[in-house]
Design a protein around this ligand. Structure first.
Ligand code: FAD
Ligand code: NAP
Ligand code: SF4
Length: 718
């Protein structure tokens, strides 16, 4: 769906007067009340027989880093309580291992004793006080465990961990099942409403299901009925232990996305057996962690995998939950209205906005702070063993220490620059009661996000700008567009505080011949290309392989206006995703179907390291793979000798003594940035003490995560 159309659908759904009085498709229709809302399917209660969920939103499991130590549980409790207060139907915690062997990493979260279960009561009580329900995820990592005690079906190392697991004996398998059952019973003691058994993403249970990782010849290996015995035993023995009135969600890997994954027939057989074993809900799992197909990154189309869950509809009688890249209420509503599932799992969207559900219910969808699927503060942090948060919402997982409470003394404050830093700062200041003037030299808010949003695959960045436009209006920030404010004006206005959020200016690398080539139009900056619409020829050299160099290359290799992210079939063709009924694991055989590149691009850097090494921990490989598909040549260790009318002269590697000419139509400079803070000196000279945030403060390694975090945190203190 084209973004423009998506936005129209969004506007139409959110518009007053669209409120429907519809009895939604429901799991148990006889118990459903009428739901009056623009999102009747999403907000309909779900009756599980012994308990009712207040709507169809399941907050998917995310490891935040707060699970690992009980001393962090008060923070975890506050974080979950905000989401419960925000209206989520069922929260699922980050994964807790049932024993040491199942640890994700040494001393990571684990629930295996009564003492530990007691600690969990502070979490479950906080959620229940807010009228919410919460399930604990039981996650045994098997061969994905980053420690020497890992175990699996067979002794086969994973490509993403350095440790080789020990192959379990038959008795060992039974002990793991016992640990799952004990963990579920302890979760119940800890006050949880249920558990989610993690059976997907390539973790322990998944490792038994496919021959790729299960080479056993005993009762736990061989044919599929043996390989699937483990999850079925786990669910049936948990059900036996916990009784009928306890939610068991089973996260079932419906699409493994590894070459020799499960066939669709096997997946359906497992689903039926899991239902029979006593699960209450089947949640959808998409892709093993080692899969080379992106599943949740921002370039993945919205709701890209809902069709997989839809395929399962009718095969089982219990509710099905669908997942992945569902980040807006109108998308979730559509997925349910289309009959893809009975529930929708959203994880990161609830980090981004704890009030997602309440805002949708109140007809305020336009106020939702949308997850842009960047992974920068959530998944990347989890992989770096840092506490998770959210790029667009720095309060996520920091609820107890970052407060936007009303200011004791109300001030007049000027914020200069409406990039991410200035937007976050000004809106938090106004929310706290200050009188805020926000000055922006450009014709629209957003700063560099106005370039980011033009990159194919970064369409979600539009949402952050929509959010801030509404937030500015809602909090009463006085916005002055087209206003390059001067120091004299700021001094004359006698503000109590001045915040400099003027961002950055592109670095000019001063290559020999560059100035003349700029004049002739052969050399362009990324701003010329992305913001000023400069025409670019068919052969291009991109100088600088940082985040912007990669993005500019992605922009240049796509035909204008084309983005696979907005075209599911094209995206599936590029990444080789197919119907699992056609090919095991849903991985297409044969060559990927990639549109030829719109331009021949060479991406260059001076460092000898792998280009893109500094990109996001969990997304860098996707950017690299996307450019490789488009035949972008990436050269590292390059020395820029000169630019002339023919192109760029470079020397590198063994050719260092024999410079090479890259014959190109254009050279696009993406060589980093310098802070822009021309206002600071005159303000200081006038005796003011201006604050600096974002790129205006430090340009090196600047990203929107730092800009928004710094802006919000400064605003919380003034
Ligand atoms: P800026 O965004 O540069 O905003 C500064 C603003 O101040 C501008 O709007 C400017 O017009 C205004 N201004 C300057 N002087 C004055 C004045 N005197 N008076 C009034 N207004 C003034 N970051 C990520 O985290 N993830 C990404 O995926 C990502 N992708 C990107 C893709 C591209 C193509 C680009 C260019 C950047 C990307 N970034 C990304 C970087 C991110 O956008 C920046 O880190 C962020 O915008 C910095 O925010 P800022 O508010 O400090 O500065
Ligand atoms: P960057 O990541 O620092 O990259 C700058 C590039 O320019 C590097 O490849 C650097 O490599 C090169 N360079 C630096 N000085 C140079 C010089 N004097 N001459 C020639 N080349 C030079 O910065 P950026 O690409 O401008 O991005 C700005 C910020 O936006 C980054 O911090 C990034 O995190 C953020 N961003 C993030 C994303 C994302 O997807 N997460 C996307 C876009 C931008 P060499 O020095 O080796 O040549
Ligand atoms: Fe979404 Fe990015 Fe926030 Fe993670 S950091 S929740 S991906 S917006």
């Amino acid at each position: 769906m084209a973004l423009a159309r998506r936005e129209r659908v969004f506007a139409a759904n959110a518009a007053p007067g669209r409120a429907a009085n519809i009895r939604p498709n429901s799991h148990r229709k006889q118990r459903q009340p009428l739901v009056s809302t623009a999102y009747p399917h999403l907000l309909a209660p779900l009756d599980l027989g012994f308990t009712t969920l207040r709507n169809r939103v399941l907050m998917g499991s995310m490891h935040t880093g707060l699970e690992d130590r009980a001393k962090h549980f008060p923070r975890l409790a506050a974080y979950f309580a905000e989401r419960a207060r925000g209206g989520v139907g069922l929260i699922v915690t980050g994964g807790f291992s049932p024993n040491v062997a199942g640890w994700v990493s040494p001393f990571a979260s684990k629930l295996s004793s009564a003492g530990a279960a007691r600690e969990h009561r502070q979490i479950t009580q906080a959620v229940h006080r807010e009228g919410g329900k919460i399930a604990l995820q039981i996650l045994h990592s098997g061969r994905y465990g980053y420690h020497p005690f890992s175990v699996s079906a067979s002794r086969i190392k994973s490509p993403i961990t350095p440790f080789t697991p020990r192959a379990l004996s038959a008795r060992g398998v039974d002990k793991q099942i016992e640990a799952f059952v004990r963990c579920a019973a302890l979760a119940r003691e800890g006050g949880y409403d249920g558990v989610e058994v993690m059976g997907s993403e390539g973790y322990f249970i998944n490792q038994f299901l496919v021959t790729h990782t299960n080479k056993r010849s005993d009762a736990w290996g061989g044919d599929y009925s043996n390989r699937m015995r483990l999850p079925v035993e786990i669910v049936s023995r948990i059900r036996e232990k916990v009784g009928r009135d306890f939610i068991i969600v089973y996260r079932l890997s419906m699409l493994d996305l590894i070459p020799d994954g499960q066939s669709w027939e096997e997946v359906v057989t497992l689903a039926k057996a899991i239902e029979k074993a006593g699960a209450s809900i089947i949640n959808t799992g998409i892709g093993w962690h080692e899969a080379r197909i992106p599943t949740i990154a921002t370039s993945v189309p919205r709701a890209a995998f809902a069709w997989v869950t839809k395929k399962m509809k009718g095969e089982v009688g219990i509710p099905l939950c669908t997942t992945n890249r569902i980040n807006a209420p109108e998308v979730a509503e559509q997925v349910l209205a289309d009959g893809c599932a009975d529930m929708v799992s959203m994880a990161r969207p609830l980090l981004a906005d704890a009030e997602f559900v309440n805002k949708a219910a109140a007809g305020r969808a336009q106020d939702i702070n949308t997850c842009i699927a960047c992974n920068q503060a959530c998944l990347d942090h989890a992989f770096q063993l840092k506490t998770a948060s959210c790029l667009v919402n720095p309060r996520a997982c920091h609820e107890t220490e970052l407060s936007y409470a009303p200011a004791a003394v109300k001030k007049r404050i000027a914020v200069v620059g409406a990039g991410p830093a200035g937007l976050a700062c000004s809106t938090v200041l106004a929310e706290r009661g200050h009188a805020v003037d926000l000055f922006e030299a450009g014709a629209e808010i957003g700063g560099q996000f106005n370039m980011a949003k033009r990159i194919p695959g970064k369409e979600e960045f539009h949402e952050t700008l929509r959010y801030f436009r509404n937030k500015i209006a809602g909090t009463g920030v006085r916005l002055h567009l087209n206003r390059r404010v001067t120091a004299e004006e700021l001094i004359a206005a006698k503000y109590d505080e001045v915040v400099i959020a003027t961002g950055v200016t592109p670095r000019t690398p001063s290559i020999k011949g560059q100035e003349e080539a700029v004049r002739s139009g052969k050399v362009l900056s990324y701003v010329d290309v992305l913001l000023r619409g400069a025409a670019v020829g068919k052969k291009v050299a991109v100088v600088g392989a940082g985040g912007i160099g990669f993005d500019v290359s992605e922009f240049l290799v796509q035909e204008a206006g084309h983005s696979p992210t907005l075209d599911l079939k094209a995206w599936e063709g590029e990444w080789g995703v197919t119907d699992p009924a056609q090919a095991r694991g849903g991985v297409a055989r044969g060559k990927p179907q990639v549109e030829p590149p719109a331009r021949q691009v060479t991406l260059l850097q001076r460092k000898a390291s792998k280009p893109g090494a500094g990109l996001g921990k969990t997304t860098g490989w996707i950017h690299r793979a996307a450019l490789q598909m488009k035949k972008v040549e990436m050269l590292a260790g390059v020395n820029y000798e000169a630019i002339d009318e023919r192109g760029l002269l470079i020397s590198y590697g063994e050719k260092r003594d024999n410079p090479q000419l890259l014959e190109v139509d254009h050279i696009v400079l993406c060589a980093g940035q310098e802070p822009l803070r021309e206002l600071e000196a005159p303000l200081l000279a006038a005796g003011l003490k201006p604050h600096r945030i974002g790129g205006a403060d430090v340009a090196a390694e600047l990203d929107a995560k730092r800009a928004i975090n710094q802006g919000s945190r400064l605003a919380a203190t003034l």
